[in-house]
Design a protein around this ligand. Structure first.
Ligand SMILES: Cc1ncc(COP(=O)(O)O)c(C=O)c1O
Length: 359
């Protein structure tokens, strides 16, 4: 028998994104279902972004700018770096795949906290690299443990701050000590800052400001969360000229579509929408935290737009919320059994969440 598929691919468990919202609503016979399982923006996208997408619709018969040039220029201007230090991807997800494609050979090691955002491990597995998991210390990334797991075979260390699903951040001092301890020929350190806009801890470091000092650092960001563009798939990586050049070599020529590019540009031109989103999430995160505390329900100290809440029977609690019209993520599906991962919603939704959890 001719063997078509690579063994590494046969071993991959496909990502379980859950059923489309519309299908769930129909199946459960609900009037509506609020999705708090994917950490989306409770305000949606900015009206100015939606208008820009509408205008751009007239041009969708034309290929997009293959290098997302205007978007990279605008990002670079805002960050005070060169556009050559940025590559835009079809979501940060694509960039994680590109890292695997460009860097991993079979037998390489890829270190990451465990659990963490699943695509880090999937990319490594597909490339035939070995995932080296570093258990979280409670809800915190254990940088000492991660450092001990770095060997000459380690190609990449994935860090996620705020962490998905644990919601915690890596503080500046700890990050710098970790980077310094790796010496002057370190692995590539991927710092995933997908949820950075929801942090209010003053000790949170800005990854981009560290690039000059740590050229093997690669920062990932996305328009999916703060800008509410999850459906258009736009993320970006910021790193050294060498790293960005290698990622560009393995990406598809037109990886980011026209609507995504103009939407992201319009989002950059409407920072007030991001500020409104941040203000809402921070206020509602505090409201949820206070409500959980009052009910003696434990949770991780969140710096993200979602909470990780400890419950006795997660499957039953998820089911109760679902029947109440609210979809949340069972922690077991993201490496945290006995927990629910719940996106911060609007006040009305959060009140319903607290009530349903109390029951
Ligand atoms: C930690 C983390 N990184 C990256 C992503 C992917 O973002 P994007 O929607 O840009 O692919 C997510 C999405 O949920 C995430 O949680």
């Amino acid at each position: 028998m001719r063997k078509i598929w690579r063994a590494a691919v046969e071993a991959v468990t496909p990502y379980e994104a859950g059923k489309p919202l519309e299908m769930l609503v129909a199946e459960l016979g609900l009037a509506e279902l609020v999705r708090l399982s994917s950490n989306e923006n409770p305000l949606g996208a900015s009206p100015r972004v939606i208008e820009a997408v509408r205008r751009e619709a007239a041009h969708i018969h034309l290929y997009p700018d293959g290098g997302s040039g205007a978007l990279r220029d605008a990002l670079a201007h805002g960050l005070g770096i060169s556009p050559e230090q940025i590559v835009v991807g079809n979501g940060a997800d694509e960039l994680i795949t590109l890292i695997a494609l460009a860097a991993f050979d079979p037998g390489d090691e890829v270190a990451m906290p465990h659990p963490s955002f699943e695509p880090y491990a999937t990319g490594a597995q597909i490339a035939g690299a070995r995932v080296v998991p570093s258990p979280l210390a409670g809800y915190e990334t254990d940088l000492d443990d991660l450092r001990r797991r770095v060997t000459p075979r380690t190609k990449v260390v994935f860090l996620c701050s705020p962490h998905n699903p644990a919601t915690t951040i890596i503080r500046r001092r700890a990050l710098l000590a970790f980077l310094d301890a790796l010496g002057d020929d370190p692995p590539l350190i991927v710092l995933d800052e997908a949820y950075r806009d929801f942090v209010d801890d003053p000790e949170y470091p800005d990854g981009v400001s560290l690039l000059a000092r740590y050229p093997r650092l690669l920062v990932l960001r996305t328009f999916s969360k703060i800008a509410g563009l999850a459906g258009l798939r736009v993320g970006y990586a910021i790193g050294s000229l060498e790293t960005i050049d290698r990622l560009n070599r393995v990406r598809a020529p037109y990886n980011v579509n026209r609507l995504g590019q103009v939407a992201a540009l319009a989002a950059l031109e409407d920072p007030e929408h991001g500020a409104r989103t941040r203000a809402l999430v921070l206020e509602e995160r505090a409201y949820l935290a206070a409500g959980l505390e009052r009910r003696a329900i434990a949770f991780a100290p969140s710096q993200a737009n979602f909470m990780l809440v400890r419950v006795k029977d997660a499957a039953a609690a998820r089911d109760r919320l679902l029947r109440g019209g609210i979809l949340v993520r069972d922690g077991a599906a993201v490496g945290f059994p006995g927990h629910l991962r719940i996106t911060v919603g609007t006040r009305e939704i959060n009140e319903r969440v607290l009530k349903l959890l109390e029951d």
